[in-house]
Ligand binder design. Structure first.
Ligand SMILES: Cc1cc2nc3c(=O)[nH]c(=O)nc-3n(C[C@H](O)[C@H](O)[C@H](O)COP(=O)(O)O)c2cc1C
Length: 183
């Protein structure tokens, strides 16, 4: 059994749901999981006592939360030596257009380039449109952006695009590495 840290940043809750799914999978394989939400002014724990770390966050206006960047920068050396994974959650990853999905992969690449981190596994997951959880201004803004390319504009409901099978595969790939560590 390994002790695993999953650190994430989420605004409307979809990344939190993805994290819960990953944690369920890890617990099902006998591991102890600590989930920590990274907030703007929070001081997350050091990853040092953990056997493995997953870091994930959503995209808002083209970037991940700075709190995640700060966490990776502060613990860069530990994260480089542990089995670790990074995942990103965005609407671009849900697009049927290849160039938009490439932009979602670009968010992952930018984060890793800016932090100089080399996690063993990475992924870009489609998130959700959470109209019912947005305030009026955000709801109006998101509907306007979405209407350019999609019919998912009914703001009385939410739209979830996350491929849960892909989330499961990512978690399994990470746990396989963790369980074989050191490789
Ligand atoms: C104000 C706002 C801005 C967003 N900007 C982007 C963006 O630039 N690119 C993108 O692909 N998705 C963008 N999204 C979509 C979010 O990444 C998506 O809704 C994700 O599921 C949010 O995850 P969270 O609920 O964990 O915060 C945006 C969403 C909101 C509400």
């Amino acid at each position: 059994m390994a002790r695993l840290l999953i650190l994430y940043a989420s605004r409307e809750g979809q990344t939190a749901r993805i994290v819960e799914r990953m944690a369920d999978i890890a617990r099902g394989r006998g591991h102890a999981v600590e989930i920590v939400r990274c907030r703007r002014f929070s001081v997350p724990p050091s990853p040092d006592p953990f056997a493995g770390v997953l870091v994930g966050g959503s995209i808002h206006l083209g970037r991940h939360e700075r709190s995640l960047e700060r966490f990776v920068a502060a613990h860069h050396d530990v994260l480089e030596r542990l089995p670790a994974g990074f995942f990103s959650v965005s609407l671009s990853a849900a697009s049927p257009r290849a160039e938009v999905r490439a932009a979602a992969q670009g968010y992952v690449d930018d984060f890793l380039q800016e932090t100089g981190w080399h996690p063993r596994v990475t992924a870009s997951f489609a998130g959700a449109l959470a109209y019912t959880r947005y305030g009026p201004l955000k709801r109006w803004f998101m509907r306007r952006v979405v209407a350019r390319h999609s019919d998912d504009t009914d703001t009385r409901r939410d739209y979830e695009y996350t491929d849960w099978e892909a989330v499961g595969c990512f978690a399994a790939a990470f746990l396989d590495r963790l369980e074989r560590w050191p490789e």
